[in-house]
Design a binder for this molecule. Structure first.
Ligand SMILES: [Zn+2]
Length: 81
């Protein structure tokens, strides 16, 4: 799994719609890639903040903003596992 693969799966990951196989790949990737580990950690915190405020439906525009931010941060990052 590459960083791009990881990022493209990230929203599905948080929606809980990933297969056990994909989950294992994601976990394997973040174990080896500090960059994506940080992304996952900060994204988890962001989503938990939303949940703490009882906005269980993560807003689509916020999701898109998050994805755009993550993608721009990851641009040029060429680590592969
Ligand atoms: Zn990565």
């Amino acid at each position: 799994m590459t960083c791009t693969d990881f990022l493209s799966q990230l929203t599905d990951f948080f929606d809980g719609v990933v297969s056990p196989e994909l989950l294992a790949e994601v976990e394997h990737h973040i174990a080896e890639c500090k960059h994506c580990e940080v992304v996952l950690d900060s994204t988890t915190k962001t989503i938990n903040i939303y949940r703490d405020h009882e906005l269980y439906e993560f807003p689509v525009d916020a999701r898109e903003r998050l994805r755009t931010t993550i993608m721009s941060k990851c641009y040029g990052h060429s680590h592969k596992s």
